[in-house]
Design a protein around this ligand. Structure first.
Ligand code: PEP
Length: 246
């Protein structure tokens, strides 16, 4: 089933979250042929989890720590996320990589921890503009994926991957669907090489300036098995339109 995910980033207080989810659930009904996921900030997870109980909309976090507990001031662990109802975690978002200095090795540790905890990670990968201009897109994406999946190659079917070109995130300039498809096919080849027995299981999503108008252009390609939506997911009407746009 294709996955349409909202990444709210550092937006929405608890009261704004309540208002959003109330509206959103009314707008989307119970879609049966697509999975819908909302990833609010940590402070809103509990209330969102309570409100989403009994609906098919899933809850995810935007980040996690790889240790289960301990002296890690300011961090949030996977058991904590599980207890508030998270079944997904976004790992290695480009803002985590570029603003907070997350490395491929750290991302690998987080993925291992997610799999141990039984929470499905969405691994984000993507090239910067200078990488694309230097013809390095495939090399960058391949390195990110191979390091992130090291030691868990046999479990790739428990992970989804979001291809998010850094130059397309929050810029209003999406990749063309054709360019996205090219990278998605390449990612699928890498996955086949890493885990020939997996036979799918990993969905490859596109993210980067998706909106209700361009979403169907992406979703008409079978290689694009979902969307990760930032800015356009902040308004419940706009996100519901994206969910129902294909
Ligand atoms: C994102 O944050 O993952 C993202 C794709 O953002 P936007 O949709 O705003 O480009």
């Amino acid at each position: 089933m294709r996955l349409i995910a909202a990444n709210w980033k550092m937006n929405k207080t608890v009261s704004e979250t309540r208002e959003y989810i109330e509206k959103f659930l009314r707008l989307i009904g119970e879609p049966e042929d697509r999975e819908v996921l909302i990833c609010p900030p940590f402070t809103s997870l509990y209330v969102a989890g309570e409100m989403l109980k009994g609906s098919s909309v899933k809850l995810g976090a935007q980040n996690c720590h790889f240790e289960r507990k301990g002296a890690f001031t300011g961090e949030v662990s996977l058991p904590m996320l599980r207890e508030v109802g998270c079944s997904y975690v976004i790992v290695g978002h480009s803002e985590r990589r570029h603003i907070f200095g997350e490395t491929d090795d750290l991302i690998n540790r987080k993925l291992v921890a997610c799999l141990e905890e039984g929470i499905r990670p969405i691994l984000c990968v993507g090239e910067k503009l200078e990488d694309r201009e230097a013809g390095m897109t495939f090399k960058v994406v391949e390195t990110q994926i191979r390091i992130a999946l090291s030691g868990i190659e046999h479990l790739t079917d428990r992970i989804d991957i979001a291809y998010e070109p850094v130059w397309a995130i929050g810029t209003g300039v999406p990749a063309s669907p054709e360019d996205a498809v090219e990278v998605h096919r390449f990612i699928r080849e890498i996955l086949r090489d890493i885990n020939p027995k997996a036979e799918g299981g990993t969905r490859i999503l596109y993210g980067g300036s998706v909106n209700p108008e361009n979403a169907p252009e992406f979703m008409k390609h079978q290689e694009i098995e979902g969307l990760l939506v930032g800015g356009a997911s902040l308004d419940p009407e706009s996100f519901a339109k994206i969910v129902n746009s294909f």
